[in-house]
Design a binder for this molecule. Structure first.
Ligand SMILES: Cc1ncc(COP(=O)(O)O)c(C=O)c1O
Length: 400
């Protein structure tokens, strides 16, 4: 093999998805009979609504779905996604602008592959979803982190974006409601950021996957709707996973201008061809139906988020912003680090989370995975009882 490494440097440099790793560890312990409560995964605990599952069952026995279909998705699904986008966010797009992907994660990867040349910089507000910087690096781009502090409710400012901008800045990654912080940008800030991007010719990849999950007075707004001039340099990313409890079906999409879409379809034609037809038919039933099921889930998440926030905030040394959207609390454990807990003194949240898993049998994701050491992410997309029991176990361990 000469001087060649067995695994490519590009892929060898990827770090495992910490959220999936924590979830896998918790599930493995559960399978071994351990009583572990998992706050790791970002997926609704509800089953996929019955009418969606029925559509998929019917699709299985329809021979049309046994064959390859167009790379960017079934024409009726692309049209339904365009219609749903207009209904839900007010963004008016053509079906031809939609590319159906194998989940939103695939859309993130393909969007960066389509937009970036080596050395192009992508501004990523931190704390960030762990996949964004890896997807940028896999496209030979350079992630540029901009830290949105807890004191600013985890939102970046135009001043910060401006300070991070260089002649190589090609894309801004924007997500609201945010994973992992649950932050929701108010309308005027979304608009200001969109205007800043237009002014400087920067693309925006805006991840709208949590559009329907906001709480209290917080409301989602779509950047290209508030700033229509952005449309020519904007990619909207979305999917059925969070809205319809369909994480396992693997259907997402991206919506962009014509040249972007054409290039992304070429890429996908050599990569995955079409997304499995049965999943596309399920997604078609989902996006063409109403929003009743997500309304019910939202009400449950709203209640659970408030309970979790209250329980976490009551732990000495832990501070926690009330979640504004998505389904995560993102507390700071700064006041806990360095203290003696079960005979050990965790110096950082990686060590603390390990200790919590070992001693309290509760799985949470360390902030290091999201570019925010000192914090941890807890999903509140699990049953009320498990949620209370899990946070109580953490409280008991940390208060000795
Ligand atoms: C912010 C964000 N975007 C996109 C996704 C992608 O979801 P999926 O690939 O399941 O559609 C997730 C999933 O965790 C997410 O949290």
């Amino acid at each position: 093999m000469g001087g060649m490494s067995r695994i490519s440097r590009r892929v060898g440099a990827i770090t495992e998805s910490a959220t999936l790793a924590v979830d896998a560890k918790a599930k493995a312990l559960q399978a071994a009979g351990e009583d572990v409560i998992g706050f790791g995964a970002g997926e609704p605990d509800f089953p996929t609504p019955a009418h969606i599952v029925d559509a998929a069952s019917a699709a299985c026995v329809d021979p049309r779905n046994h064959k390859y279909t167009p790379t960017p998705g079934l024409p009726e699904l692309r049209a339904a996604i365009a219609a749903k986008t207009q209904r839900d966010s007010g963004y008016v797009v053509e079906a031809s602008q939609v590319v159906v992907t194998v989940g939103g994660k695939h859309a993130v990867y393909n969007a960066f592959q389509t937009l970036l040349d080596p050395g192009d910089e992508v501004i990523i507000p931190a704390p960030y979803w762990t996949t964004y910087p890896e997807a940028v690096k896999l496209a030979d781009g350079v992630p540029v982190e901009v830290l949105a502090p807890e004191s600013a409710e985890f939102r970046v400012t135009i001043e910060q974006l401006e300070a991070a901008r260089t002649p190589r800045t090609k894309v801004l990654l924007f997500v609201s409601p945010s994973n992992p912080t649950g932050a929701v940008y108010p309308r005027d800030e979304v608009e200001a950021i969109g205007r800043w991007a237009v002014e400087h010719g920067i693309w925006v990849l805006t991840d709208e996957i949590y559009e329907h999950l906001t709480y209290g007075g917080h409301e989602f707004s779509s950047m290209p709707v508030l700033v229509p001039e952005l449309a020519d340099q904007c990619v909207v990313l979305n999917g059925v996973a969070k809205t319809y409890a369909m994480t396992g079906w693997r259907v997402g999409w991206m919506i962009g201008p014509a040249d972007f879409t054409a290039a992304a379809i070429n890429l996908q034609s050599h990569q995955t061809s079409n997304v499995p037809n049965v999943s596309q038919r399920a997604a078609l039933a989902a996006v063409s139906g109403d929003l009743e099921a997500v309304g019910e889930m939202r009400a449950a998440f709203d209640r659970r988020g408030r309970v979790m926030h209250e329980l976490l905030s009551a732990i000495p040394g832990v501070t926690c912003l009330e979640p504004q959207g998505a389904f995560y609390c993102f507390p700071s454990f700064d006041g806990v680090l360095g203290r003696e807990i079960a005979g050990r003194k965790p110096a950082n949240t990686l060590e603390l989370c390990e200790l919590i898993l070992e001693e309290a049998r509760v799985a949470i994701v360390p902030g290091e995975a999201f570019g925010a050491p000192g914090y941890a992410r807890l999903s509140f997309a699990l049953s009320d009882d498990a949620l209370v029991e899990g946070v109580s176990r953490i409280a008991k361990l940390l208060t000795g």
